[in-house]
Design a protein around this ligand. Structure first.
Ligand code: LLP
Length: 439
């Protein structure tokens, strides 16, 4: 059940990165997000070593910062040799403040505003992943105004949607993202950008889904794309320099999840691209990927303090934590399943089956159904595992709960990377309505 550098020390406490989690709560309070930096490094290295089997290939792995964006995380991604995927002006601003090289940033999104595109062009962003015809028009205008070109990929929907173990072939796609291959929108977009003076058309992008546990969806998407690449080579003399196959590599939240080793996904992607390029007598394009969850997901743990509990005889026992759907929306939003460890009694036997409830004023605020933990009491520390992706990044202020702090741990040391919000922070942007302001 434990991941990365998580261990149990002689006191029976959960440690991460050699740091006692009970001490972390004493020092930084709770709830607290803790990131195992070594685990993040190992995940990034796994991509490097998977691609290193193909020395003639040019490849780039971008960290999809929507999974967890903060200045420290973006700096770490840079140290690890990853490029960066951003999906908003806010994520781009974070990257710029972190000192991330703009040339290694890719900008995504189905409705980038003019202001966001303007900002991206001003910082000389590496690549814009163009999603729709309106965006082509906006970029043409903005680049012309500046007399400056920009590198672009076109996001296409390849007719494949992958969910965990299943993939779905969608004939006519129903998606808010990208240009459809099957209905001809992608071909129209290719023609438009091939004729553009300012849009430097480097290739295609697709993203087939998230938390994917097999390679079939990736292979099918690539096969489909090459059918069109071959047609466009003949009819339009188009040659694809870059093929970005997105992110979506799965992680193990619990025992039901059976993700593949990173190298298995990469081998499948690379060998399919190579075989298709060979079959169609095309040069092998650069292969780009953009994982988010698999880089940070298992590295993150949320520490909570237990407070009240309630036993309903014959039904269940609720044990409540001092956070909930405000810091982890995924159980309420997606029925996501997590595992937990009682961090201050980590070597004790699991003797209770309890429902871990959040503190928000909503019956649906349940973090874990039927969690197996040792006998617990208020004041104990509960560690919910695998909360590193889409946890802090989807955190909210429901019930006016301040967002927790985030710490990085490594080699026995901890470092605060996002401060805990205060009540004052919560009202920072409130404006008074009464004549005599109360704050
Ligand atoms: N590239 C694109 C274009 C994406 O849309 C996404 C995720 C990624 C890369 C990164 O995917 P990953 O490797 O993290 O699976 N909030 C949801 C996940 C939404 C994913 C959105 N796009 C969750 O908590 O499960």
């Amino acid at each position: 059940m434990l991941r990365g550098t998580q261990r149990v020390n002689e006191k029976g406490h959960l440690t991460i990165g050699g740091v006692d989690t009970v001490d972390l709560v004493k020092q930084y309070g709770s709830p607290l997000y803790v990131y195992d930096v070594q685990h993040i490094r190992d995940q990034a290295k796994a991509f490097q070593s998977a691609f290193s089997k193909y020395p003639s290939l040019t490849w780039h792995a971008a960290y999809a910062s929507k999974a967890f964006s903060s200045i420290a995380m973006v700096q770490l991604a840079n140290d690890l040799g990853l490029s960066l995927d951003v999906v908003s002006g806010g994520e781009l601003f974070t990257a710029m403040k972190a000192g991330f090289p703009a040339k290694s940033i890719q900008f995504h999104g189905n409705n980038k505003t003019i202001d966001e595109l303007d900002y991206a062009l001003n910082v000389n962003i590496g690549t814009i992943i163009v999603d729709n015809f309106y965006e082509i028009e906006c970029l043409e205008y903005l680049c012309k105004e500046r007399q400056k070109p920009v590198n672009i990929l076109l996001r296409i929907t390849p007719g494949v949607e992958a969910h965990t173990h299943d993939y779905i072939m969608t004939g006519q796609e129903d998606s808010k993202f990208g240009f459809s291959l099957v209905n001809g929108a992608a071909e129209e977009a290719v023609k438009q950008v091939m004729n553009s003076t300012y849009l430097q058309f480097r290739g295609l992008h697709c993203h087939i889904g998230s938390q994917i546990f097999d390679t079939e969806g990736f292979k099918l998407a690539i096969n489909n794309i090459y059918k069109y690449l071959s047609k466009w080579k003949k009819e339009l003399d188009f040659s694809c320099e870059v093929l970005n196959v997105g992110g979506g590599f799965g992680i193990k939240y619990n025992n039901d999840d059976q993700p593949l080793p990173i190298s298995t996904y990469i081998d499948a992607i690379v060998t399919t691209v190579m075989a298709e390029s060979d079959a169609h007598q095309m040069p092998i394009p650069e292969i780009w990927i953009e994982p988010g969850r698999v880089i940070v997901g298992e590295a993150g743990t949320t520490l909570y303090k237990l407070g009240s509990s309630k036993t309903i005889p014959g039904i269940r026992k609720y044990v409540s934590v001092d956070g909930g759907m405000a810091d982890n929306l995924r159980p309420a939003l997606y029925q996501a399943k997590y595992e937990a460890v009682l961090a201050n009694k980590a070597s004790a036997k699991d003797t209770e089956v309890v429902t871990i409830a959040g503190k928000c004023c909503e019956s649906g605020d349940i973090l874990i159904h039927d969690a197996k933990i040792p006998k617990s009491e208020s004041g104990d520390i509960l560690a919910v595992l695998c909360t590193g992706a889409y946890g802090y990044s989807m955190a909210n202020h429901y019930n006016r709960l301040p967002k927790p702090a985030v710490v990085f741990v490594e080699n026995g040391e901890s470092k605060l990377v996002i401060q805990r919000e205060t009540y004052e922070d919560l009202i920072r942007f409130d404006c008074s309505y009464s004549q005599e302001p109360t704050h």
